[in-house]
Design a protein around this ligand. Structure first.
Ligand SMILES: Nc1ncnc2c1ncn2[C@@H]1O[C@H](COP(=O)(O)OP(=O)(O)OP(=O)(O)O)[C@@H](O)[C@H]1O
Ligand SMILES: [Mg+2]
Length: 263
C-alpha cells in the first residue's frame, strides 16, 4: 500500500510555524492511529530536536539517505511517541544544496527516485523544510503530492503567499504536476488584535476555502514543548496549542476524506 499522502510543509519565509506544524501534525496523526514518518529536511534540525532526538547521536541521517547508498529502513528511527517515526537530520545537511547542484540538471529528482517504493509501510510522510526555495526544497516538492502552508498572521503574510503561489504554479508546470496545495493554516494567531483579524479576512478573500477553519493561536506552550523534546500533545495535552493541532489534524483528515482511526 502507498501512503495516503506525502505532505510537504512549505513556506520560503522563516519563522512562520513550519517546524511547529510538521512536528505537531505528525504527532497527532500518530496519535490518531496512523503510522507517520516525519522527515526533518531542514539542516537547522529543529524537528529532530523537537521530538526528543539529539542530532549528534546519529551518524547516518537524512543527508546520507539523500546522497548516499542507504535505504530508508537504515536511517529511520522510532520515536517514543505513538505511531511517530523520524528520519533525523544534523548539520551535514547544510552541504546538500551544493552537493545536489553538482549532480546536474535532473538533481531535483534525487529524493523522489530514492523514496520510490520504500515508503509503502507508512500511512503519512511529513516533510519539515528549510525557509528558502533551493535545490533541497525543490527535491521535497518533487517527492510530495500534498502541500500545506503555514502562514504567520502578520501584515507581510499576503506578500509571502503571492510569491509562493507563483512558485507553486511553476513547480506544477515544470517539476511535479501531481502536487496540490491542500491547505493554508494561519499560525501564531492572536484573536485580540485587529491586525490578525484583518489578515484572516484578506487571506480568506484571496485564497478562499483552501484556508483551514482551524487557526493556530499564539500559545507559549507550543514554543516551550520543543525544549522538552515533546510534541505539544505529550507536553501539555490540555493546552490551547494542543487542542488547535488536534483540531487541525482532524480537519485535514476530513478534507482528505480519510476516516479517523481509534486512538
Ligand atoms: N502558535 C505559536 N505560538 C507561540 N509560539 C510559536 C507558535 N508557533 C511557533 N512558535 C514559535 O515561533 C518560532 C518559529 O516557529 P517555527 O520554528 O515553527 O517556524 P519555522 O517556519 O519552522 O522557522 P524556520 O523558517 O526558521 O525553520 C519558534 O520559536 C516556535 O517555537
Ligand atoms: Mg523550521
Amino acid at each position: 500500500m502507498a501512503p495516503y499522502c506525502v505532505i510537504a510543509i512549505i513556506n520560503q519565509k522563516g519563522g512562520v510555524g513550519k517546524t511547529t506544524t510538521a512536528i505537531n501534525l505528525s504527532a497527532c496523526l500518530g496519535y490518531f492511529g496512523f503510522k507517520t514518518l516525519l522527515i526533518d529536511a531542514d539542516p537547522q534540525s529543529n524537528s529532530t530536536i523537537g521530538v526528543g532526538v539529539q542530532p549528534e547521536d546519529y551518524n547516518y541521517t537524512f543527508y546520507n539517505y539523500l546522497l548516499g547508498n542507504y535505504n530508508l529502513s537504515d536511517v529511520v528511527i522510532k520515536t517514543k511517541f505513538t505511531g511517530l517515526y523520524l528520519l533525523p537530520t544534523n548539520d551535514d545537511l547544510y552541504a546538500a544544496d551544493i552537493d545536489l547542484s553538482k549532480i546536474g540538471d535532473d538533481n531535483y529528482n534525487t529524493l523522489a527516485s530514492k523514496m520510490g517504493n520504500q515508503i509503502s509501510e507508512y500511512d503519512f510522510i511529513v516533510f519539515d523544510s528549510p525557509p528558502h526555495l533551493g535545490p533541497l526544497t525543490l527535491n521535497i516538492m518533487k517527492a510530495s503530492d500534498t502541500l500545506l502552508v503555514p502562514l504567520k498572521a502578520d501584515f507581510l503574510a499576503l506578500q509571502g503567499i503571492a510569491i509562493l503561489m507563483k512558485t507553486l504554479d511553476r513547480i506544477k508546470i515544470n517539476l511535479n504536476a501531481k502536487i496540490n496545495l491542500k491547505g493554508v493554516v494561519l499560525t501564531m494567531f492572536n484573536q485580540s488584535t485587529n491586525l490578525c483579524k484583518e489578515v484572516e479576512q484578506s487571506v480568506k478573500e484571496v485564497l478562499g476555502d483552501i484556508v483551514f477553519d482551524t487557526k493556530i493561536n499564539q500559545n507559549v506552550t507550543l514554543a516551550e514543548a520543543p525544549s522538552f523534546g515533546k510534541p505539544v500533545i505529550y507536553y501539555n495535552f490540555k493546552s490551547s496549542g494542543s487542542e488547535n493541532y488536534r483540531l487541525l489534524t482532524a480537519e485535514f483528515l476530513k478534507r482528505m476524506k480519510i476516516a479517523k482511526r481509534d486512538s
